[in-house]
Design a protein around this ligand. Sequence first.
Ligand code: SAH
Ligand code: DHB
Ligand code: MG
Length: 217
Amino acid sequence: MARERTTTLSEDYINRLFAKESEAHIKINKALKSDEKYGINVGAYEGKILQFLAQLMQARCIVEIGTLYGYSTLWMAQALPADGRLIAIEKSKAHFEQAKKLLEATEHKNKIELHCGEALEVLKGLKVTPDMVFIDADKANYKNYLDWAIEAVRPGGLIIGDNTFLFGHMIGEDRGERGSSKAIEAMSAFNESIAASDRLVSVMLPTYEGMTLAMKK
Ligand code: SAH
Ligand code: DHB
Ligand code: MG
């Protein structure tokens, strides 16, 4: 299950200089490693990019779709003010329980609201206007998450998708990863509709996994 790979020299440099992990991040990594899930989470510098963007947005409300053990959650929570709110959604009960335990041990616990459930169902019930939405759950639903996020975020709000190269499939690079045709279709629709939308200003960051950024006009 773990998706470990050796990081590039430039990633190592950025991680070392700009993305120092907290003790809590290190604890989450340990838990991920011992459960063979390390590498499914974002890397340190990607977490720092999320944090930087949340700060730049002066975000007070963030929605995260796909939490795993809360590694990316913690990076973003660190950027929120004390009365900020991070609504984090995780379908797997086992992942949810781990995230709950690990995040409750941090000083940011009061900002984080964890929901266990199918993301599309949980999103339907949310009455929020987020400043930022981070999409990182099942890739086959990315276009559906985008459709929700475009309506939900405030004008000027930011929508971010992780893994938007879909493990190489979007760029014709064989990384030895299988990709369901449903996921390939959904990710193509996600990136292409963002790029073509006149409601959004958008770009992609060429992280190894690909990170698509879209701001609602
Ligand atoms: N954002 C995390 C990594 C998330 S991995 C980090 O970077 O630290 C993707 C997670 O999405 C997994 O934990 C998986 O259980 C969850 N997931 C998959 N399908 C989902 C769905 N339909 N609704 C909610 N969560 C889902
Ligand atoms: C997987 C999911 C992710 O969000 C990621 O960044 C890497 C791997 C996965 O499902 O394997
Ligand atoms: Mg991801």
